[in-house]
Design a protein. Structure first.
Length: 91
């Protein structure tokens, strides 16, 4: 498992909790891809893959320009989402 840093408005926050901001609620976003590149607005593809693991509905995905993907929550042994694969690549 990798250690991914998540932020909202520049504050470090837990990855799976919505955060109250002055403008409403915000979803935390990862700061960097597994290769260390910054995940910048307008340069990162944000998506969703379904997962039927107990207690989950799916994973938010952030794909870097280098094609590395951060999944939130991270896939584990209980995942049914292509067993931790996105587009044929291990995530």
């Amino acid at each position: 498992m990798t250690s991914v840093l998540y932020t909202v408005d520049g504050r470090v926050v837990p990855p799976r909790e919505l955060v109250r901001t002055a403008n409403g609620w915000a979803e935390p976003v990862p700061v960097r891809c597994p290769a260390g590149h910054p995940l910048r607005s307008g340069r990162t593809l944000v998506g969703w893959i379904p997962c039927l693991a107990p207690g989950r509905t799916g994973h938010r995905t952030h794909q870097c320009e280098c094609r590395q993907i951060v999944c939130t929550p991270e896939p584990d042994d209980a995942c049914s989402c292509q067993l931790g694969q996105v587009n044929g690549r291990k995530v």
